[in-house]
Design a protein around this ligand. Structure first.
Ligand SMILES: Nc1ncnc2c1ncn2[C@@H]1O[C@H](COP(=O)(O)OP(=O)(O)OP(=O)(O)O)[C@@H](O)[C@H]1O
Length: 705
C-alpha cells in the first residue's frame, strides 16, 4: 500500500478547493468538488437520494404474445444512510424491481406506477445512480489500483489535478477495504489473482468512484462464501452510512449478513410479502401465524415460507417422511406454500407495516431535494481515447493469450511454410508453388487471427459493463481498440512475414518485401476487425469462432486460387462476393508483387522462358493493368470499413435491437389484446424506460460520440 488512510485524508483536505465552505447535505468535500464540476450549479439543500416507488407494476410480453405481470402494485422507499435488501425466492421479481428502479428494464417489459427520486420523476442518470451487476467483468491483467486508476482517468474531469484524482482513488480503495490487495492483479485464466469477494468489492469501487448518491447492486453476494458475503455486505453498509442510498437484491443471506440490512423488501410471485425494517420482519411473520422456529436462521425461514417450490419438495418427500410431517407442529406443514404466500400477502396489505410504508412514501415524496444530474463521464473524448488505448495496450502486453501466444504460433507456422517452400526458385513447378504459398499465407495464416476471439469477447464484456454505466463513448472504444492492437499486429506480421519472405526467397527487392509484409499486416488487421465486429453481437466464443470461420471460408473460396477469377460463377460469387473478399485483393496484389518481372523456366529447357506477366494474365487470370498498390489500398480501406461496421454493430446492438424488440413486444401485445381481449395493459403502462435514451438526450454524456 502506498498511502495510509490518514495520508489520503490529509491529501483530500489539502486539495479542497477554497469555495468548499458551502454546506451540502450528504456530500463529502471531495464529492462536492466532483458534483460541482459536473452540474455547474450551486447546490440547494440536501442532495441525498430519496427513492420512492408507488403501485409499481411491470408487465412483460412473452414470445407467444401472452403477457405476464412480473411485479404487481409494489410500493416502497429507500432512504439515504440505509441499506435495503430485496429478497425472495428465485423468479420472485427481485432483479426486475431493481431494473425498474434503475431504469434498466428489458425492452419487452412495460412499467406503470410512479418512481420518484427526491420528489421528482427523474430517469436515473449515470452518476446519480450506480448499478453493480452480478458479473465481475474486469480486466484480469491489471492490479486493483490500476483498475480503479484507469477508471478514474476515464471519467474524472481532465482539469482535475492528478493529486486530487489520486486522493479519490486511494480513498475509494480504503473505503472498500482493498488496501491489502491493491497491488495484486485481478487474475485471469493464467494469472492467479484476488478472491471472488475482493473482485466484487473492486466492481463496487468502480461504481462508487464518481460518488453516486444512489447505489443498486444485483446479488452482490452471489457465489461468495459466507465470510466474503459478510465482508461485502458490511462494506455496503459502510457506504450507506456515508449518506448513500443502497438497494441490493440478495438471494439467501446468512443470519450475520441479514443483520446488516436496515430495510427488507420481501417478494414472492411479484407481490409484496413484507416491506419494513429488517428487524421487524421476525415479528411480522409471527403475527401472520408463521413464527420463526428457534434455531432457524430468520432469513431462511422467511424464504422457506414464500418459496412455492417447497410444495414440490414436500410432495416428493411425503412418502418417505410421512411420520415426521405429521408429528411436526410447524404451520407450514399444515398448508401448502401457495396458501402461506396468499395468507402473508393479504396479511401484509392490511398490516400496520403496509400502512406506515404508504405513509412514509407520501411523506418522502413531498421532500423536494436537488437531483444531481450528470453525464457518465466528465473526461474529454481525447482523454478517454488515450486512457482506453493505454489500458488496452497494457492488457495486451501482459496477457500471454492475447498476442504473445499468437506470435509464437505464427513464427512456428511461417517456419513450416519456409521449410516446405524453401528457396522456391523460378523452375517451371515453382509457378504453382508460389501461387499455393501466397494462397496459404493470405488464407490460412490470416485465418489464424480468429484465435484472438476469446480475448475479444472478454474485452467486449468489460466494454458492455462500462458502457452501460456510461464510462465512455463507443467511438473512443473503437479507436483505442484499433490503436492498441496495431503495434502487436505489426510485430507479428513483420516477424512472421520476414521469416516467410526470406526462407521462401520470394521476389527479391525491398519494395517487394515491404509490399508482402504490409499486405499480410492489412489482411490480419481486417480479420481482427471482422472478429471484433462478430464479438460485438455474438458473445458466445464458440459460436463466434464458427461464424468467423464460416465467413472467412467463403471469402477464401472466391479469392481466385481455388477457382480462377474468370471461372468463378458470375452471379453472387464473382459479383459481389469476390470483390468483398479481402483474400481476393490480398492474393491478386501478392501474385503481381511476386511474379511480375520474373522469368520462369518452361516445361522443357528447349522451350522459351515464361514471363511473370504472361503467367499472371493467362494462368492466374489477374488484371495486370491494375497496380498492386491499388490492391493494397483496397485492403487498408477494408480495415476502415470493418472498423466502421464494428462501430455500427455496437450501435445496432445498443439502440436498434432493443427498439425492435420493444416494437415487436408492443405489436404482439396489441394483437393479442385485439383478438382475444385478454390481458389488457394496465392504465398508465408505459414503455420500459431506457437508460440509453436518457444519455442520448443529454449531450453532456458521452454516448453521442
Ligand atoms: N424481460 C422479460 N421477459 C420475459 N420474462 C421475464 C422478463 N423479465 C423477467 N421475467 C420473468 O419474471 C420473473 C421474475 O424474474 P426476475 O429475474 O426478476 O426474478 P429474480 O427474483 O431476480 O430471480 P433470480 O433470483 O433467479 O435471479 C421470472 O419468471 C422471469 O422469467
Amino acid at each position: 500500500m502506498r498511502n495510509s488512510a490518514s495520508d489520503v485524508m490529509e491529501e483530500i483536505e489539502a486539495n479542497k478547493p477554497p469555495e468548499i465552505g458551502l454546506v451540502v447535505g450528504g456530500l463529502s468535500p471531495l464529492s462536492e468538488t466532483l458534483w460541482k464540476e459536473k452540474t455547474n450549479t450551486e447546490f440547494v439543500g440536501d442532495v441525498s437520494a430519496r427513492l420512492t416507488w408507488q403501485d409499481l407494476t411491470v408487465m412483460v410480453t412473452l414470445s407467444n404474445g401472452e403477457t405476464q405481470n412480473v411485479l404487481e402494485g409494489l410500493t416502497g422507499y429507500a432512504e439515504p444512510g440505509t441499506i435495503t435488501a430485496l429478497m425472495g425466492p428465485s423468479g420472485s421479481g427481485k432483479s426486475t424491481l431493481l431494473d425498474a428502479l434503475s431504469s434498466r428494464l428489458a425492452s419487452n417489459a412495460f412499467l406503470s406506477g410512479t418512481i420518484l427520486l427526491n420528489g421528482q420523476k427523474t430517469k436515473l442518470s449515470f452518476g446519480t445512480a450506480a448499478y453493480v451487476t452480478q458479473d465481475d467483468n474486469l480486466i484480469g491483467t491489471l492490479t486493483v489500483r490500476e483498475t480503479i486508476s484507469y477508471s478514474a482517468q476515464l471519467r474524472l474531469p481532465d482539469k482535475m489535478p492528478w493529486s486530487e484524482k489520486r486522493a479519490l482513488i486511494e480513498s475509494t480503495i480504503i473505503e472498500m477495504g482493498l488496501q491489502d490487495c491493491a497491488d495484486t492483479v485481478i487474475g485471469n485464466w493464467h494469472l492467479r489473482g484476488i478472491s471472488g469477494g475482493e473482485k466484487r468489492r473492486v466492481s463496487i469501487s468502480l461504481e462508487i468512484l464518481m460518488r453516486p448518491r444512489l447505489l443498486f447492486l444485483d446479488e452482490p453476494t452471489s457465489g461468495l462464501d459466507s465470510a466474503s458475503a459478510f465482508f461485502v455486505t458490511q462494506t455496503l453498509r459502510g457506504l450507506s452510512r456515508g449518506g448513500r442510498t443502497v438497494v441490493a437484491s440478495i438471494h439467501q443471506p446468512s443470519s450475520e449478513v441479514f443483520e446488516l440490512f436496515d430495510c427488507l423488501y420481501l417478494l414472492s410471485g411479484g407481490k409484496t410479502v413484507y416491506f419494513g425494517q429488517a428487524s421487524d420482519a421476525y415479528e411480522f411473520f409471527a403475527q401472520a401465524g408463521f413464527p420463526c422456529p428457534a434455531l432457524r436462521n430468520p432469513s431462511d425461514h422467511f424464504l422457506r415460507c414464500i418459496n412455492s417450490d417447497f410444495d414440490k419438495v414436500k410432495a416428493t418427500l411425503k412418502g418417505s417422511m410421512k411420520l415426521r410431517f405429521e408429528a411436526n407442529d410447524d404451520p407450514l406443514e399444515k398448508m401448502t406454500t401457495a396458501e402461506a404466500i396468499r395468507t402473508l400477502t393479504e396479511f401484509y396489505l392490511s398490516s400496520q407495516y403496509c400502512y406506515s410504508a404508504k405513509e412514509k412514501v407520501e411523506q418522502i415524496s413531498k421532500v423536494k431535494g436537488t437531483v444531481l444530474e450528470s453525464g457518465g463521464s466528465q473526461a474529454s473524448f481525447l482523454m478517454q481515447a488515450f486512457t482506453l488505448t493505454k489500458r488496452s495496450f497494457v492488457n495486451m502486453s501482459r496477457d500471454f493469450g492475447y498476442y504473445w501466444l499468437r506470435l509464437v504460433i505464427y513464427i512456428v507456422v511461417t517456419v513450416c511454410i519456409g521449410t516446405i517452400y524453401l528457396d522456391v526458385g523460378t523452375v517451371y513447378n515453382s509457378i504453382l508453388a508460389r501461387g499455393a504459398c501466397a494462397s496459404f499465407v493470405f488464407g490460412f495464416v490470416t485465418f489464424m487471427s480468429i484465435g484472438g476471439f476469446p480475448s475479444f469477447v472478454e474485452d467486449m464484456k468489460v466494454f458492455q459493463r462500462e458502457r452501460m454505466n456510461g464510462h465512455y463513448g463507443v467511438i473512443a472504444f473503437v479507436i483505442s481498440n484499433t490503436l492498441s492492437a496495431m503495434p502487436f499486429l505489426i510485430l507479428i506480421t513483420f516477424i512472421s512475414g520476414t521469416i516467410c519472405y526470406l526462407m521462401v526467397h520470394l521476389h527479391p527487392g525491398f519494395e517487394h518485401y515491404l509490399f508482402f509484409v504490409l499486405c499480410l499486416y492489412a489482411s490480419v488487421t481486417v480479420v481482427e476487425s471482422l472478429m471484433m465486429a462478430i464479438a460485438s453481437i455474438v458473445p458466445n466464443f464458440l459460436m463466434g469462432i464458427i461464424i468467423g470461420a464460416g465467413i472467412q471460408g467463403i471469402f477464401m473460396l472466391v479469392s481466385g486460387y481455388f477457382r480462377l477469377p474468370k471461372d468463378i460463377p458470375k452471379p453472387v460469387w464473382r459479383y459481389p462476393m469476390s470483390y468483398i473478399s479481402f483474400h481476393f485483393w490480398a492474393l491478386q496484389g501478392q501474385y503481381q508483387n511476386d511474379l511480375k518481372g520474373l522469368m520462369f523456366d518452361n516445361q522443357t529447357p528447349e522451350l522459351p522462358k515464361i514471363s511473370g506477366e504472361y503467367i499472371l494474365e493467362y494462368v492466374f487470370q489477374i488484371d495486370v493493368n491494375r497496380s498492386k498498390w491499388v490492391d493494397l489500398s483496397v485492403l487498408f480501406c477494408m480495415i476502415v470499413i470493418y472498423r466502421i461496421i464494428f462501430l455500427i454493430m455496437i450501435k445496432i446492438n445498443e439502440d436498434v435491437t432493443p427498439w425492435i424488440r420493444g416494437y415487436i413486444a408492443r405489436k404482439r401485445m396489441q394483437q393479442k389484446n385485439g383478438s382475444q381481449n385478454t390481458t389488457v395493459a394496465p392504465y398508465g403502462l408505459t414503455q420500459s424506460p431506457s437508460l440509453r435514451n436518457y444519455v442520448a438526450n443529454h449531450p453532456t454524456g458521452t454516448s453521442k460520440r
